[in-house]
Design a protein around this ligand. Structure first.
Ligand SMILES: [Zn+2]
Length: 83
């Protein structure tokens, strides 16, 4: 089994922790991304970056081992854009 895949950053002063419910939502492949940012697959840890309003990658984006089930995208970091 591979080690955990974790997003990386250097300058932590530019990130802030949030309890926003958007981080708890598992989003199906092929769904429109409500937030711009980094999403990770809750099943295997694979990560992607996406723009707001773009479509999250489909089920064939990456392969899971048999029995792991389908891809579930979960928001990891979202980009805060100036209004
Ligand atoms: Zn996955």
């Amino acid at each position: 089994m591979k080690g955990a895949i974790l997003a990386q950053y250097k300058h932590g002063q530019f990130l802030t922790q949030s309890q926003h419910e958007a981080f708890d939502t598992l989003v199906s492949p092929g769904t429109t991304a409500a937030n711009a940012g980094i999403y990770r697959c809750a099943v295997c840890g694979d990560e992607i970056g996406i723009a707001k309003g773009h479509t999250l990658p489909p089920q064939n984006h990456h392969q899971h081992a048999p029995g792991q089930g389908p891809i579930k995208w979960q928001l990891l970091v979202f980009a805060v854009q100036r209004k």
